[in-house]
Design a protein around this ligand. Structure first.
Ligand code: NOJ
Length: 733
């Protein structure tokens, strides 16, 4: 890798040679899926800095054109490879980010990033628009599946892990790609969880709740950031120098480059109306600190005209180009413009194994009244559309579930659905297995409220779903199929038409006739496990209260179905924990554990104060008990004894929370500050140690400064965020 001084010199040398036109071109990110190849090649010859949504040979051809431009500056190619190189047919598909977060396992998440990087790089590409570090606090939002859940600390730890997976030890390695921390910032906190609306936050709240995972991304060396669509207190993030310059570059010390999200620049004019012309919008976006402009083709002429007429200083372009070129040099692209990855690695056995491991780690057992692991059964009935629906199992951003896919084709084996997983394991054990789909997850593809989605991308998704084969609901048929079984596995959830960009839901109860199906099967009084194959927590209070067992699988990727069946048969002991709370009711949202205290109980009179399942919850086949919490405020060393009180080996996720008892601002009732995974043998007790730091107890005060205020604190350690699961000690810091 070139050293920093050499890079600086080479960047300045190149910058000196660049015309204004070449500088603006360098800031352009061209959407290949919109322009097509001829237009993309034209942009490459003009020196465009980057392209998105182009794969393999097309990317290589465009790169050749870029290299033949006057200065021969290599372009970088970006793709949404957010749970595997999902937009490519042959790629390994991992669990969604939310499913992977259930592992609470940075190693698993890092491996997911590493495998993705190898596959993306093998396609000649350089950059993934991942990870999403937005928080999923109001789960009506359509993109909760893309997050690491509701907690800033967990999102930061897993974010850092996947960034390291993508970027490896050095950006110039043939199989390292750029990570992109997005969407900076607060995108998930849009009003009413309606995609891309104004956020409900102040800068103080933003810094305290939403900034920490992004800070962690900078510490992890994340090379790029993406600006969010939304706005804070009337300022679109795209035009907000305070977040992009003062905080990101100033306070956090970010030294990579910033790309806008899709057409954010023009949106300043056509959506958010803070600019009257595209010139004004372009000046605002560039001056605020966006270095690269995604998919706003008019930016090119507009920025040039702004410089010519004196509306924008050329130095603004210099800064942006400097940031972009620095990363290109750090990637050594001037010597090796193409990433090569690891030849033959796409979808290879080693990568598929990593996807299997990730799927198993994400399985979260939420309830088990003695039904699991299945024992002594002669016939299993697997019921439910999502037990055999790959769209639901894979989730968003894969080559056949997302319209940005260049080559939508039927899914590539070897995936395993829940139905297939049970069929295989039952066959091995001489157990009969029947399947019935029961009912549709969503009764009709048509949007009940008319064609509200005017975006062409969203419309394409609708068309795709309209043409999808649908079946007639047949609940009596499902009941008949299950009648003589001695275990029912009912898979419920949502489907791809119900989540993703533009697709927020007001009602998170099970759609279609899924509850009717559940009740009809429950009436058989046969032991029943309900499996959730869904993009996010849905409202299932009745199921939680009356099913014998509940497994959360979210979008488990290629082997999500296999992992569910293996967990049910006890082939492994599940150790997933929820990174997000399950609401009782949509009207209870937002529901998250680290809420600020109120003094009237903080609940609706017709709903409990608690979620159905809390952040951090999850069980295995072995119960763990906690004792002897100690904490030394002088050394900040905490210890606790954790015992495996069961008869099978298990992995416990030991969680550490703190509460600031009296502070200058209202503090959350508790806040996760550390966690670790411990393997414990049956009957064994392990002493688990945490070396905490003063900064773990910090808050953002009214002057927006991150400070630790001395005084009384509580430290809580235990199995989940629920009070009943935590040991507590009080101390003075
Ligand atoms: C818009 C999405 O918000 C963002 O997450 C994605 O990376 C870009 N489009 C590029 O596809």
């Amino acid at each position: 890798m070139l050293n920093n001084d050499t890079i600086k010199l080479r960047v300045e040398e190149l910058l000196r040679q660049m015309t204004v036109e070449e500088k603006v071109a360098q800031m352009m990110q061209i959407p290949f899926n919109i322009t097509g190849k001829e237009e993309a090649l034209r942009w490459a010859k003009m020196g465009a800095g980057s392209f998105l949504h182009v794969l393999g040979d097309d990317a290589r051809e465009i790169q050749q054109a870029a290299m033949s431009s006057r200065l021969g500056i290599p372009a970088i190619f970006g793709i949404d490879a957010i749970h595997g190189h999902g937009l490519k047919h042959e790629a390994t598909i991992f669990p969604s980010q939310l499913s992977a977060a259930c592992s609470w396992n940075p190693e698993v998440v890092e491996e997911m990033g590493r495998v993705t990087a190898r596959e993306v790089a093998s396609d000649g590409l350089h950059w993934t628009f991942s990870p999403v570090l937005c928080l999923g606090r109001d789960t009506r939002w359509g993109r909760v599946n893309e997050t690491f859940g509701e907690d800033p600390y967990l999102a930061g730890e897993l974010g850092a892990a996947i960034i390291h997976g993508y970027q490896g030890d050095s950006l110039d390695a043939p199989d390292s790609i750029l990570a992109c921390a997005k969407h900076y910032i607060g995108y998930g906190e849009a009003m009413g969880a309606r995609d891309a609306m104004d956020t409900q936050m102040t800068y103080r709240k933003m810094k305290e709740v939403f900034l920490p995972p992004f800070r962690r991304a900078v510490e992890a060396g994340c090379a790029s950031f993406m600006t969010a669509y939304g706005s804070i207190d009337g300022h679109p993030f795209t035009a907000d120098p305070k977040t992009l310059k003062d905080i990101l570059r100033g306070e956090l010390g970010f030294d990579g480059f910033v790309v806008t999200d899709w057409n954010n620049c023009e949106s300043l004019m056509i959506q958010q109306h803070v600019a009257a012309t595209i010139e004004e919008a372009s000046v605002q976006a560039a001056e605020a600190g966006n270095d690269m402009i995604m998919s706003t083709l008019p930016f090119y002429e507009a920025a040039l005209s702004a410089v010519r007429t004196g509306q924008m200083d050329e130095a603004v372009l210099d800064d942006a180009v400097r940031h972009i070129l620095t990363i290109k040099f750090r990637m050594n692209l001037f010597e090796k413009p193409e990433k090569v990855g690891v030849p033959g690695c796409v979808g290879c056995e080693e990568h598929l194994d990593a996807a299997r491991r990730a799927a198993r780690s994400s399985i979260t057992l939420l309830k088990n009244e003695g039904m699991l692991p299945l024992k002594g059964v002669k016939k299993v009935a697997v019921i439910g559309k999502n037990a055999d629906d790959l769209n639901s199992q894979y989730g968003d951003w894969t080559y056949f579930t997302h319209p940005n896919a260049n080559e939508p084709r039927p899914a590539r084996r070897p995936y395993v659905t829940v139905k297939e997983g049970f069929e295989a394991l039952c066959a091995e054990r001489g157990i009969a297995c029947v399947y019935h789909f029961g009912c549709e997850v969503k009764p009709t593809a048509a949007d009940a409220n008319g064609p509200a989605l005017v975006d062409p991308v969203a419309e394409a998704i609708r068309q795709q779903s309209l043409s999808r084969l649908r079946q007639e609901d047949d609940i009596p048929g499902a009941v008949e199929a299950a009648r003589d079984a001695d275990a029912i596995i009912l898979v419920v959830g949502d489907m791809i038409d119900q989540y993703g960009e533009f697709k927020d839901r007001a009602d998170l109860s099970l759609s279609g006739r899924q509850m009717e199906l559940y009740r009809a099967l429950r009436a058989l009084s046969i032991p029943m496990t309900v499996v959730l194959v869904a993009s996010k927590p849905l409202c299932i209070p009745e199921i939680a209260a009356t099913a014998d067992a509940v497994i959360c699988a979210f979008n488990g990727g290629m082997f999500g179905g296999q992992a569910v069946a293996e967990a049910a048969f006890g082939c492994f002991n599940p150790s997933g924990r929820l990174p997000i709370s399950f609401p009782q009711h949509s009207g209870q949202l937002p529901v998250y554990y680290n809420t600020l205290p109120g003094w009237h109980g903080g609940r609706y009179m017709d709903q409990p104060a608690t979620p159905v399942y809390a952040f951090g919850e999850g069980m295995g086949f072995a119960p763990f008990t906690y004792a002897n919490l100690t904490f030394d405020p002088a050394t900040l060393l905490a210890t606790v004894d954790v015992t495996n009180a069961g008869d099978v080996a298990g992995t416990e996720v030991v969680q550490v929370y703190m509460h600031d008892v009296v502070a200058s601002v209202i503090r959350p009732v508790k806040q996760l500050i550390a966690f670790t995974r411990v393997d414990i043998a049956p009957g064994e007790t392990k002493t688990v140690t945490f070396q905490l730091e003063k900064a773990d107890f910090a808050l953002v005060n009214r002057d927006e400064q991150l400070v630790v205020e001395p005084g009384e604190f509580e430290l809580m350690i235990g199995h989940s965020s629920k009070d009943s699961d935590l040991l507590k000690t009080v101390f003075i810091l």
